[in-house]
Design a protein around this ligand. Structure first.
Ligand SMILES: *Cc1c(COP(=O)(O)O)cnc(C)c1O
Length: 429
């Protein structure tokens, strides 16, 4: 189906955004108007594989019929009450979510950044109320090259000059250590541990370029936190909910078949778990902070909240989105197809070492590193060529291309997509 209406040409839409929207993004010149499963279509009817999945928010595939039905049905009944009153969706959702991830309680929010903010506040308050940290002295250890969102406090501990520069003054109380460095983390934890409330980590650094820490890193951090009575906070906004071939990345390469009821031996249970993105299957902003009673109970009425957090539509959508993950075995699919994808990309890396440096990742969160400087346009040019060939991906940090299709992609479709990537690489090299 090709539309020839000039008012829907890509240039028209790009021009409107350019003129009327803030220039806080630099998108590929593709204007999308429809999506289904692992595919999206542009305004001219051209079909693409979506290999970004809205930064892993669309794990369940675009416009998943079950999730859309849940959203429409709930939207017809009741959309928002605020938390000034109860609603008949929130409790059911909270029970479902806390059973699913085996925590006592959840604090529902909307965007990922809000959930990270919530975890920081929860951690600090626990530090004062439970650990006995002197007033205003609490510190949280974070990792270099982190990405946890865009609020003023969160960018205060970013090491990305674009994200942080000229937005000060910054929120104090954060200590940065290099990611993946056990000794540095242990040293930071041993330095005045009585004032350290928490450690905030991404189990894989997605935005930084899919950095997978060495085996044993997360376990060592988990142990060190325990030893110093410090909360271990896992930001699984991008890595969680099946993406890396485990329900949570913190589960490691588990064999729990995508559901953690049986608590696999490799599960490094965080004290605070942060979820977002795919929690709604990409239909609606839904985020969550999970913790057990001994931590969550420090937040009392009036001390934190959100007008939209825990609204009936969000609850109905998130419950359905999590059921889809189990029913369609998406975690298992991500694990199996991840091996195939990396094997296909490794063939390309071996065949075109001048252009491609390496492939890395877990499950269907992967990146190919381009053999060129981060300042070069090579990765961008490859992504433009990929789009022309029918596959959408986006460079990150100049010379890294992240490949993260919806987890509903089939093996046959994955091979077709790999053929597209191979064709573009071959033509470019
Ligand atoms: C995307 C992301 C966030 C921020 O989520 P938003 O919904 O964009 O605010 C935080 N942490 C990680 C690891 C993310 O990938």
């Amino acid at each position: 189906m090709t539309k020839n209406n000039s008012t829907t040409s890509p240039a028209y839409h790009i021009g409107l955004e350019d003129k009327h929207g803030a220039h806080n993004y630099h998108p590929l010149p593709v204007v999308l108007s429809e999506g289904r499963g692992c595919y999206v279509w542009d305004v001219e009817g051209k079909k693409y594989f979506d290999f970004l999945s809205a930064y892993s928010a669309v794990n369940q595939g675009h416009c998943h019929p079950r999730i859309i039905d849940a959203m429409v049905a709930q939207s017809r009944k009741l959309t928002l009450t605020s938390r000034a009153f109860h609603n008949d969706q929130l409790g059911e959702y909270e029970k479902y979510l806390t059973d699913y991830f085996t925590f006592d309680k959840v604090l529902p929010m909307n965007t990922g950044a809000e959930a990270v903010e919530t975890a920081i506040k929860l951690c600090r308050k626990w530090g004062y109320d439970k650990k006995g940290i002197p007033a205003d002295q609490a510190r949280i250890i974070v990792c270099g090259q982190n990405f946890h969102g865009r609020t003023t406090t969160i960018i205060s501990f970013s090491s990305d000059p674009d994200a942080k520069g000229s937005f000060g003054p910054y929120t104090p109380g954060f200590v940065t250590v290099p990611y993946g460095d056990v000794a540095a983390m242990q040293a930071a934890l041993a330095n005045d541990p009585a004032t350290i409330a928490g450690v905030l980590v991404e189990p894989i650094q997605g935005e930084a370029g899919v950095f997978v820490p060495q085996d044993g890193y997360l376990a060592a951090v988990r142990e060190a936190c325990k030893a110093h009575n410090v909360l271990f906070i896992a930001d699984e906004i991008q890595t969680g909910i099946g993406r890396t071939g485990a329900l949570l990345r913190i589960c490691g390469d588990c064999t729990c078949q995508g559901h953690c009821e049986r608590q696999p031996a490799t599960y490094l249970r965080p004290d605070i778990l942060i979820l977002g993105k795919a929690l709604s299957g990409g239909t609606y902003p839904v985020s969550a902070v999970l913790a057990d009673d001994a931590i969550m109970e420090v937040i009392k009425p009036g001390q934190h909240g959100s007008t939209f957090g825990g609204n009936p539509v969000a609850c109905a959508v998130a419950k359905e989105a999590l059921e889809v993950i189990i029913d369609e075995k998406l975690t298992q699919n991500a694990r199996a197809l991840g091996h195939i994808f990396r094997a296909r990309m490794q063939e390309l890396v071996d065949g075109y070492p001048n252009l491609l440096k390496l492939v890395r990742g877990k499950g269907l969160l992967n990146a190919v590193i381009i053999n060129d400087s981060p300042e070069s346009k090579t990765a961008w040019n490859l992504c433009v060529a990929l789009a022309e060939a029918g596959l959408l991906a986006k460079p990150t940090h100049g010379n890294i291309i992240r490949f993260a299709p919806p987890l509903v992609i089939s093996e046959k479709e994955l091979h077709e997509a790999c053929d597209i990537i191979a064709g573009v690489v071959k033509a470019y090299a």
